[in-house]
Write a protein that binds this ligand. Structure first.
Ligand code: ADP
Ligand code: ZN
Length: 719
C-alpha cells in the first residue's frame, strides 16, 4: 500500500493545514486528533484531509494519534468556510472550536457514597451524623463531610466497614434528556399557525431558514420551542443562541417547564470543568439541547438539526476580536452544511433578514399580536425643545407626570438610558481640560457609586481625582451629561418615597447581583428601575407599565450606516418592556429630533413606513442588504507609521469592477490601548465575492511586526 500524507491543521495562527507523512501501520481519518512535530515541539492538531505522498519533499511524520472522537466532516467544512468567508486564519478558527481541550480526554472519575443500611454495625455519633445530615446520597466524601460537619476520613472509614457503598462515577455527568412531548402553554391561534410552519420545516430534514417575526411579548419562545421539540423527536441536536446577557435563571426555567430538563449552557463565564463537560457531551451527541452565547456555534455538534438565533438583530452576535465573525450569518452556513433548519427570531429583525424573508429565501413566520388581551404599548415623543428639563436636569415634565401617575396606580416605572456611570464626561471649569484615558482616545466616565473615573473601552480606571490633573485647581472638576446614576439621583429628587434601583453591567459587577435585582423588579419590589441596554433583553416585568427613554436621539457618530435601524430596534425593544401582563403600557421618548424617520415611525406604530424609507435609502446608496461592506483596520504603535501603512495598503487594492474604497481615515477611537488605528471602508456590489477580493488584497502585504491589518467582513462596529 502506498504511504499516505495527512494534512494537519494546528490551532495556531496559520492559514492552512501542513503536510505530514503517515507512519506505516497508523490508520487515520479526517477529523481525527494527532500529535505532530512543528518547530521543536509536538503539537495537537486535526487531520483535515488525506492525500497521496508527494515526491519532492522530505516530510516529517505524524507522531501519534489521540484516542478521541473525530470532528465530524461538516465541522471541518465549517472551519474552512468560516476562515474563508471572514478572511481569518484557519488555525485560529480551529482554536475557537477547541475551546475545552480537556474534553478530548475521558471524564475524570470520582467516588460517590450512599448508605447500605447494613445491620449490626457500630454507629458512633459521627456516623449517625452521616446518616442524618450527610444526604442527599449518593454524594462525594467531601460533600457528605461538609453537610454532616465531620471529616472526610469518617466517611471513608464508615465505607470500609460496610456502612456506605462506594461507586465510581465520571465527574462530568450527562445532561438530563429533554422530553419533547411534555405540553407547553396553550398556544394562541397565530402561535399555532407559526409553530406548525416551523415544525413542517424541521420535519423535512433539509436546509431551510425561517424568520420568526413577532412583536415584543408575542410569545416567540413558545413558538420556537415547538420546532425544537420536533428536532428532538427526530433525535437531532438543537442549539439556541441568545445574546450573552439573556442567559438568566428565569430563561433556563422556561426550558425546564417545557422539556422537563435544563439545557446544557455555554457562555464565556463557564468554569473549566463545565466547559469540558458540555463540549464532550455535545461532541458525543448526548447533549441534545444547548443554549449558548455566540461561541456555542463552534461546539462540535454530531447531529445538529436546528439552530435558533433569538434576538437575531442583536449586535452581540458579532464577535469583534480574534476571529471576527457574525454568529447569525454563520448559523445559516452551519445549518446548510448539516441539512439543518435555522430560525431567526426577533421583534425587530435586521433589514438583511427581512429582505431575505420578502424575496422568499427565508420562510416568513409572523406573530402580529400578544397572546390574550395584552396590547402593545402606546409610544409618544417628547420634543425637548418644547419641554426642556430644569437646568442641570435630564428628565422633562411630561416624563415626570407620567411616572407619577404610574406610581400612583401602584405600578412600576422604567427609565432607560444607555449610558453607564454618573456622567460621560469630566471637565475642569478652570482650564477646560477633559479627563482622558491614558492610552486610548476616549473620555473617562465618572462613576459615583465607586468613586472612580473609568475608560469604557479598555476598563482602565482610577480614583476620581480631587484636583485637575492639568492646572491643579481644587474642586474644579464637573460632571457633564447624564449617566444612569445621575438619572437615578434626579428621579430620587422627584420621587423621594420611591424605591429606585439601577441596572447596568456595573451593578456590583456580578451576574448574581444583576439577577437578584431583576428578580426584585419582577416581584414588584422596585418602583423605578433605571437601566441601560441590560434591561432590554427578553425580561418580563409584569408590573411595569411606563417606560421613559431619557435620550432617544440617534447617535450618528462614526458613520454607522445602521444607526437609524439600531435606534429603531432598541427603542421598540425598550418600549416593549411595558405592559406585558394584563395592564396596558405606555412609553415616552425624549428627543431633539422628533421629525426623524425612525422616531416618527415609532410614534405612529408604523414599522412598515420606517422599513420602506430605510430600505429606499440603502438601495440608493448601495448599502447592505443591497451592497456589501468590509472594513480594514490598520493598527500599530507609531502614529505616522500606522498612517503610512494604511496608505500603502490602500494603494495595493486590486482593481475590480463594482468596488469602491473609502479612506484611510481616522476612526472615532483613533488610539486604543496604546495602538494607533486607521480604518478603510470597502463598498462592493452584491454580486462580488467580497471575501475572495479582501483575501487577495490582504495577501499583497506583510505588515512589519507589531503592526496589524485586520479584515472585518460586514462590519457592525465603526469605532
Ligand atoms: P417574546 O420572546 O416574543 O417577546 P415570550 O416568548 O418571552 O415573548 O413571551 C412573553 C410572555 O408571554 C411570557 O411571559 C410567556 O410566558 C407569555 N406567553 C407566551 N405565549 C403564551 C400563551 N400562549 N399563553 C399564555 N402566555 C403566553
Ligand atoms: Zn484644570
Amino acid at each position: 500500500m502506498p504511504a499516505q500524507n495527512a494534512q494537519v491543521l494546528f490551532p495556531v495562527n496559520v492559514d492552512k493545514p501542513f503536510d505530514y507523512e503517515v507512519p506505516a501501520g497508523m490508520e487515520l481519518q479526517p477529523g481525527e486528533f494527532v500529535f505532530a512535530p512543528i518547530g521543536k515541539q509536538f503539537k495537537l492538531g486535526v487531520v483535515f484531509s488525506l492525500g497521496a505522498k508527494g515526491f519532492d519533499k522530505e516530510l516529517k511524520f505524524v507522531a501519534e494519534k489521540k484516542p478521541a472522537r473525530a470532528l465530524p466532516p461538516e465541522m471541518l467544512n465549517f472551519i474552512s468556510w468560516t476562515a474563508r468567508y471572514n478572511c481569518a486564519p484557519m488555525g485560529m478558527v480551529l482554536r475557537m472550536v477547541l475551546s475545552a481541550r480537556k474534553a478530548l480526554d475521558p471524564s475524570p472519575e470520582v467516588t460517590h457514597f450512599s448508605p447500605t443500611g447494613k445491620p449490626g454495625l457500630r454507629i458512633t455519633p459521627a456516623r449517625q451524623l452521616i446518616m442524618d445530615k450527610g444526604g442527599p446520597f449518593p454524594a462525594r466524601a467531601s460533600e457528605i463531610a461538609e453537610r454532616a460537619s465531620i471529616s472526610a476520613g469518617v466517611v471513608r472509614g464508615f465505607a470500609d466497614i460496610g456502612g456506605l457503598r462506594a461507586e465510581i462515577r465520571p465527574v462530568d455527568g450527562p445532561f438530563d434528556i429533554p422530553d419533547p412531548d411534555l405540553s407547553g402553554l396553550e398556544l394562541s391561534q397565530s402561535q399555532k399557525e407559526g409553530a406548525a410552519k416551523l415544525v413542517e420545516m424541521v420535519k423535512r430534514n433539509q436546509f431551510a431558514t425561517a424568520l420568526l417575526d413577532g412583536v415584543t411579548g408575542s410569545g416567540k419562545t413558545e413558538v420556537y420551542f415547538e420546532a425544537a421539540a420536533q428536532a428532538l423527536r427526530q433525535n437531532r441536536q438543537v442549539l439556541i443562541l441568545v445574546p450573552e446577557i439573556a442567559l438568566t435563571q428565569a430563561g433556563m426555567k422556561r426550558f425546564k417547564a417545557r422539556f422537563g430538563a435544563e439545557p446544557a449552557p455555554w457562555h464565556s463565564a463557564l468554569g473549566e470543568a463545565e466547559r469540558r463537560r458540555v463540549w464532550r457531551e455535545v461532541a458525543h451527541g448526548r447533549a441534545k439541547l444547548v443554549v449558548g452565547a455566540r461561541s456555542a456555534l463552534y461546539l462540535p455538534f454530531l447531529n445538529l438539526g436546528l439552530i435558533v438565533v433569538d434576538e437575531e438583530h442583536d449586535t452581540s452576535f458579532k464577535q469583534e476580536e480574534g476571529v471576527i465573525y457574525n454568529a447569525r450569518d454563520m448559523s445559516v452556513v452551519r445549518a446548510k452544511l448539516s441539512d439543518a433548519s435555522v430560525i431567526l427570531a426577533s421583534a425587530t429583525p435586521s433589514l438583511e433578514s427581512l429582505v431575505n424573508a420578502r424575496n422568499g429565501r427565508y420562510e416568513h413566520v409572523v406573530l402580529p399580536e400578544r397572546p390574550g388581551a395584552v396590547t402593545l404599548p402606546d409610544i409618544d415623543l417628547v420634543d425637548l425643545k418644547d419641554h426642556p428639563p430644569a437646568k442641570g436636569d435630564f428628565i422633562s415634565e411630561p416624563l415626570i407626570q407620567s411616572a407619577k401617575a404610574c406610581l400612583e396606580r401602584g405600578e412600576q416605572v422604567m427609565l432607560y438610558l444607555n449610558r453607564r456611570g454618573y456622567a460621560p464626561l469630566i471637565i475642569c471649569r478652570a482650564c477646560g481640560e477633559k479627563l482622558k484615558s491614558p492610552d486610548t482616545d476616549s473620555w473617562l466616565v465618572e462613576h459615583r457609586e465607586t468613586g472612580r473615573a473609568i475608560c469604557h473601552h479598555t476598563g482602565f480606571s482610577m480614583r476620581m481625582p480631587k484636583e485637575c490633573p492639568s492646572c491643579h485647581s481644587e474642586d474644579s472638576l464637573t460632571s457633564v451629561g447624564p449617566g444612569v446614576e445621575r438619572v437615578a439621583e434626579e428621579a430620587g429628587r422627584h420621587f423621594p418615597e420611591a424605591k429606585i434601583e439601577i441596572l447596568s453591567s456595573d451593578t456590583s459587577g456580578n451576574p448574581e447581583k444583576i439577577r437578584e435585582r431583576m428578580q426584585r423588579m419582577e416581584q414588584g419590589k422596585i418602583d423605578i428601575l433605571v437601566g441601560t441596554q441590560m434591561v432590554v433583553k427578553g425580561h418580563n416585568f409584569p408590573g411595569l407599565t411606563f417606560v421613559g427613554v431619557v435620550d432617544g436621539d440617534l447617535s450618528l457618530v462614526g458613520g454607522d450606516p445602521r444607526a437609524g435601524e439600531r435606534t429603531f430596534q432598541t427603542l421598540v425593544q425598550v418600549a416593549g418592556r411595558a405592559g406585558r401582563a394584563d395592564k396596558p403600557g405606555t412609553a415616552l421618548i425624549q428627543t431633539h429630533q422628533p421629525e426623524h424617520e425612525a422616531l416618527q415611525a415609532l410614534a405612529m406604530g408604523d414599522r412598515e413606513r420606517f422599513i420602506a424609507a430605510e430600505l429606499g435609502m440603502r438601495e440608493l446608496l448601495g448599502l447592505p442588504p443591497f451592497g456589501r461592506l468590509a472594513a480594514v483596520i490598520v493598527s500599530g504603535p507609531d502614529q505616522n507609521k500606522t498612517q503610512d501603512l494604511a496608505r500603502k495598503f490602500t494603494n495595493l487594492a486590486p482593481r475590480a469592477k463594482g468596488i469602491e474604497i473609502l479612506g484611510p481615515s481616522e476612526p472615532p477611537i483613533a488610539k486604543l490601548r496604546g495602538r494607533f488605528r486607521r480604518r478603510i471602508l470597502v463598498q462592493a456590489d452584491q454580486s462580488l465575492d467580497l471575501s475572495a477580493y479582501m483575501a487577495h488584497w490582504r495577501s499583497r502585504i506583510r505588515p512589519p511586526s507589531k503592526y496589524k491589518v485586520q479584515i472585518d467582513i460586514d462590519p457592525q462596529s465603526f469605532m
